[in-house]
Design a binder for this molecule. Structure first.
Ligand SMILES: Cc1ncc(C[n+]2csc(CCOP(=O)(O)OP(=O)(O)O)c2C)c(N)n1
Length: 592
């Protein structure tokens, strides 16, 4: 039976193809770029999507996945396109990152045509030659095992009835958007140009969860907070990373802080979401690891804390590595507003009411900030990298968007003081999952977005040599995209963070390696520096350069050159292991 005979000609004429719907849904969610790698099972998808949405090729599928994660971080949703199995399986690393960091990333994979799924073994499937049956679902099962919602779209089942694939695609993407979790969708290649039921998209993404906020009791919660504020003198807003996708809530929080002069601090994982130069900002707090001037105020003065959108389950690195020094974690007079509902509608309601109902304003005197001290003739290393960059950022009109890579660079970056950028983020990594290999795929996306925004802002990657060599194939994309990036290459010739012993496995580089030849190949500029003064000059020069600029810093993998955060962590581990000297020093640091 034809569609026409079943549902009428007019309806039949209105049917889009699945490829049309997929493209429209991607556009509806605001993704003007998708990251991916092609392949025969993805060819129809590419043909359908590419005329309207740019599909940026990545160096490999894992990097495409990481770039889609970065896109989700800065723009609220990311799409990654790959071919069947051989392409989708390398994305599992990025999918695991997205699960952990709470990122709505849609992994779309081409798949065999429905008519191909039978008894013939298909290339790219997992199939030893001794197999006695075909297996098509390994990728679906693998993503499902990570806790990801998965589905293979299906074609027409009843003759004359158009398929439901387009509607399913929308619902899966909406699920990712609402829950801030990745989804994995396989699209049989023969379905891309088939007709599917037409869908009417909501007016905008903000209409998606309209009827789904069913929690009640906000008035009562607000009364309790107002009562606590009445008795407080030095309240604090402590802001967690679940805020990262919710600009409405971010704006409400800033309005609340400003209207009543209540200072705020972020958790480590929420670093970079708010302007750390704002007069109410006490920086990013993490117990003994905090170096900002706000620490003393938080630990000595604050008498009431509203803890907003931090993790439900305590996360070791975000609570001062469970050293017991995170004063906010153990603070008694605190209201916890974790936010449980879709798009944090419960928190939005609470802060809307608080803005209306609270009457008490406070007078906040920001703690005095000592001018950044730098020693121009000292060697530059991890111990003074952050303070030197802070010195440059304070003076510079250009706003830096930092992309620290996991390794010593990641830890050193917590002492950076960041300015607000047009991205709404000025410090971007995967702080909780902690995967090495993401900084360049992330920086590529950031650099593209900064180019679109055309403000005076710069992507700044801070990366060890091990980390750099994980992913330098992604440098080609900066050249192709004509985007600008400054890379601080902290070269110590070893995988230093976590190094225990001197086995061959820790040696990630070779003394003879000439990074300048590599950068030259990508038409970039590079230099090697030794002192703080040379670094400042070199870094400032990169801000005027286009394309890739790299500064090679000859870092020494020795204790005295490590950043404050790592030295403290090592001291804590030694103290825990019972070393008397370390124990004494640790106690003197934490008993204050
Ligand atoms: C994908 C992945 N593999 C391994 C690790 C473990 N790891 C964390 S830091 C690190 C070494 C980093 O070395 P490098 O990039 O040279 O920076 P450095 O610590 O020397 O500054 C390793 C192997 C990880 N976090 N992620």
């Amino acid at each position: 039976m034809s569609y026409e005979m079943n549902l009428g000609k007019a309806y039949n004429d209105s049917l889009p193809t699945l490829g049309n719907v997929i493209t429209e849904v991607i556009q509806f969610f605001g993704a003007e770029r998708v990251y991916g790698v092609g392949g025969d099972f993805a060819a129809n998808l590419i043909a359908a999507i590419a005329p309207k949405v740019t599909i940026c090729p990545s160096s490999n599928e894992m990097h495409a996945g990481f770039s889609a994660c970065a896109k989700a971080e800065i723009d609220g949703i990311g799409f990654c396109l790959s071919t069947y199995m051989v392409g989708s399986l390398p994305c599992t690393s990025a999918a695991a990152l997205a699960v952990t960091e709470g990122l709505p990333v849609v992994f779309i994979s081409g798949a065999p045509a429905e008519s191909e799924v039978a008894n013939l073994a298909i290339h790219h499937t997992l199939h030893p030659n001794t197999a006695w049956k075909t297996e098509y679902d390994n990728a679906l099962n693998t993503f499902a095992a990570l806790g990801v919602k998965v589905e293979r779209l299906q074609g027409q089942r009843a003759a004359g009835h158009p398929n439901v694939a387009g509607e399913r695609f929308y619902q899966l993407v909406a699920h990712a958007y609402k829950t801030k979790q990745p989804v994995f969708i396989e699209v049989p290649r023969d379905q891309v140009f088939q007709k599917t039921q037409p869908i009417q998209l909501p007016l905008s993404t903000s209409h998606i969860c309209e009827c789904e906020h069913v929690l009640t009791g906000a008035e009562l919660v607000v009364s309790a907070i107002i009562e606590k504020l009445k008795h407080a003198q030095f309240p604090l807003l402590y802001l967690g990373d679940r805020l990262k996708h919710n600009q409405v809530l971010q704006q409400l929080l800033m309005a609340f802080a400003e209207q009543f002069s209540i200072p705020y601090a972020t958790s480590w994982f929420a670093k970079g979401l708010f302007d750390e130069y704002h007069k109410l900002c006490l920086g990013s707090y993490n117990g003994v690891f905090t170096q900002t001037s706000g620490r003393h105020y938080i630990e000595q003065k604050v008498d009431y804390i509203i803890d907003v959108a931090s993790s439900i389950l305590p996360q070791d690195s975000n609570i001062a590595f469970a050293t017991g020094t995170h004063k906010i974690e153990t603070f008694e007079n605190k209201t916890l507003l974790k936010g449980g509902t879709l798009l944090e509608k419960d928190l939005v309601e609470i802060f809307q009411l608080l803005l209306q109902r609270n009457k008490k304003a406070f007078s906040f005197n920001p703690p005095s900030v000592e001018p950044q001290k730098i020693q121009l003739h000292h060697e530059l290393d991890f111990n003074n990298l952050a303070s030197t960059l802070n010195y440059i950022q304070a003076e510079s009109k250009t706003k830096f968007v930092y992309l620290p890579e996991v390794g010593n660079s990641y830890f050193a970056s917590y002492s950076l003081k960041v300015k607000a950028s047009s991205l709404g983020r000025s410090w971007l990594t995967n702080p909780w999952y902690g995967a090495m290999g993401t900084a360049l795929p992330y920086a590529r996306v950031v650099a593209q977005r900064l180019q679109d925004n055309a403000h005076d802002e710069r992507a700044v990657v801070i990366i060890g040599d091990g980390g750099f060599h994980f992913q330098l194939n992604d440098l080609i994309h900066f050249l192709k995209d004509n985007t600008d990036v400054t890379i601080i290459y902290m070269r110590n010739n070893v995988f230093h963070l976590g190094k225990s012993g001197d086995d061959a496995i820790y040696h990630c580089n070779d003394e003879r390696f000439d990074v300048h030849q590599v950068i030259k190949g990508y038409q970039g500029s590079s230099t090697t520096i030794e002192t703080v003064e040379q670094f400042i000059a070199a870094f400032t020069t990169t801000l005027k350069q286009t394309g890739i600029s790299l500064i090679e810093v000859l870092a020494k993998p020795i204790e005295s050159k490590q950043c404050h955060e790592i030295r403290l962590l090592n001291l804590y581990i030694k103290a825990k292991n019972g070393q008397a000297e370390a124990l004494k020093e640790w106690q003197s640091l934490t008993l204050a």
